[in-house]
Design a protein around this ligand. Structure first.
Ligand SMILES: CCC(=O)Oc1c(C)cccc1C(=O)O
Ligand SMILES: [Ca+2]
Ligand SMILES: [Zn+2]
Length: 305
């Protein structure tokens, strides 16, 4: 038997070449990464073959050159899952979403023309998009980070996915999406409207440009979208923008990670989030620090007491 961890080459959704951690077994290569310190866990990628059965079948290749057009979504889901794993391990000393080295499973080519991505409680799932609203959704690092952060949130704060706690759940995923992709304040720009440049799914710096409020006074009371979780997330997102702009990414990501994993709870609302972030800032930098004051100022500016 000649099973072995191998290194492949792949083409991503946007035509970029990247190196892949793959696995060779019985004459076939798999998107199966055994290189991480996951004590048995792996990063593995599968395809639903445009149907709805999950997880589908492992993505395979004959020569470890993953360059076919129908492999691009697979390549990026696999590669970006590894990037996000490394981020949580290296920056926050967290070993996968459960902090116990759980395998990270992604399935691409879910259904047809599916303009969505989600964490289903066990794995990540990505549609191919319809080519107008979205390109294949695994093609954006901030989208993959958003989805994996849903899993982290689920295993830590457990923020219930409705109303203010749900908007915080969404915001945490967007904020860690920014931490993984700090080149811009947009979310999903690498896969959103492939025929239009410069736009994104949401903006942390200017939520209004995508129909989101950025102040508590403009909170949207609605029953749709689980109480507007993708709408009202603009308010904590704007607070995060102010915070990061003031204290920088290095301190902000420590504060956000500590608040998410230590202080937030399933029913936390925006005011509780302000307190959680202030407590984390106090723990890490002191309650008289400029860092603490920047967090307070950010949440004051969005009208959360
Ligand atoms: C930034 C990633 C994102 O928001 O993914 C979703 C999409 C594209 C549609 C519906 C829900 C989500 C989500 O993960 O919340
Ligand atoms: Ca981005
Ligand atoms: Zn989300």
């Amino acid at each position: 038997v000649t099973d072995a961890a191998t290194t492949g080459r792949g083409t991503g959704v946007n035509g970029d070449t990247k190196t892949l951690n793959t696995y060779f077994s019985n004459g076939t290569y798999y998107l199966y990464d055994t290189t991480k310190p996951m004590s048995g866990g792996v990063i593995q990628t599968a395809t639903a073959q445009n149907r709805s059965t999950l997880p589908g079948v492992y993505s395979t290749d004959a020569d470890n050159a993953w360059t076919a057009s129908n492999q691009r979504a697979d390549v990026d889901a696999h590669y970006y899952a590894g990037v996000v794993y490394d981020y949580y391990y290296n920056t926050h000393n967290r070993n996968s979403y459960d902090n116990r080295g759980a395998s990270i499973t992604s399935t691409v080519h879910y259904q047809t023309n599916y303009n969505n991505a989600f964490w289903n409680g066990s794995q990540m799932v990505y549609g191919d998009g319809d080519g107008t609203t979205f390109a294949p959704l695994s093609g954006a690092l901030d989208v993959v980070a958003h989805e994996i952060t849903h899993a982290v949130t689920e295993r830590t704060a457990g923020l219930q996915y409705q109303n203010q706690s749900g908007a915080l759940n969404e915001s945490m995923s967007d904020v860690f999406g920014y931490f993984l992709d700090p080149n811009d304040w947009l979310l999903g720009e690498d896969v959103y409207t492939p025929k239009v440049s410069g736009d994104g799914l949401r903006s942390l710096s200017n939520p209004e440009s995508y129909g989101q409020p950025s102040t508590m006074s403009n909170y949207v009371n609605t029953t749709s979208d689980n109480g507007g979780v993708h709408i009202n997330s603009g308010i904590p997102n704007k607070a995060a923008y102010y915070t990061i702009s003031s204290i920088g990414k290095a301190q902000a990501e420590k504060i956000y990670y500590r608040a998410l994993t230590t202080y937030l709870t399933p029913t936390s609302n925006f005011s509780n989030a302000k307190s959680a972030l202030l407590q984390a800032a106090s723990d890490l930098y002191g309650s008289n620090s400029s860092t603490y004051n920047a967090v307070k100022s950010a949440w004051d500016r969005v009208g959360v007491n």
